[in-house]
Design a protein around this ligand. Sequence first.
Ligand code: SF4
Length: 293
Amino acid sequence: MSVRIAKNSGFCFGVKRAIKIALKTSKNNHEIVTLGSIIHNPQMVAKLESENILKVDNIEQIKGRPTIIRSHGIKKEILEELEKNNIEIINATCPYVSKTQDYAKSLSEDGYELIILGDRDHPEVKALRSYVDKEVIIVANADELVDKQFKKVGIISQTTRRVEDLQDLVKKLVPRCHEMRVINTICNATTIRQNSTLALARESDIMIVVGGKNSSNTKMLARICESFVKTYHIETACEIDRKWFKDKQDIGLTAGASTPDWIIVEVYNEILECIGNINKVDKIEDIPGFKEE
Ligand code: SF4
């Protein structure tokens, strides 16, 4: 029996950066807050609370404390309101997300009807949409647009979507528009994680995907795995059931960009426990990796 982890599993650049900024800020302040979850991982959010980095859900709850803007950004109106209220803002928005907001704005200002490929209820997409004053079309896939015709259309994507979905959207719209400008705003960290996970899922009998149930990129990894093999999306090791591994030889493990290493290690060790392997590890680097061809 083998248990292998997909390359690049766990924290991405933007998440590491946001947490580093929050921890650094908390050192010089009694208490700081994040407006919404700083990253989409409930266990990490709870851990940060022990460092006096508290999550609040609205401006009224801030009560004058320095406020960290989460990695996937906040709506423009909320940012303006924070400024108006003289709240100290520490912006931990991932630079790739900020860049996508700039693209949305400039495409719209240049007269393109904007289409965002993404989940309209996701905070990143809500924030992105707020940077455009005109109407915006948000779709989860190309089929939602049915036969709509366009004159001049600009297309961008939520940073965590699949490249294939963006390609499909473009392909289906080309015959229906006069002019199209596409900016691939899918973040590289997302694409790399999806490709490594896909490679491992193809060679596994079961996949365990670790990460927040509210994490868009983790859900996407689970979706990719599900099309090949039986897949379980879990947040922590407690959810594992040893029955899952009965008659399985090759067990694959992957984790979203907002999943901390310590949770991945706990999950790996719990899987070993279930299959009767005693070679537990202390750090993620010691988990056998899947070598891609
Ligand atoms: S997934 Fe990409 S865009 Fe999102 S925080 Fe990580 S690096 Fe930034």
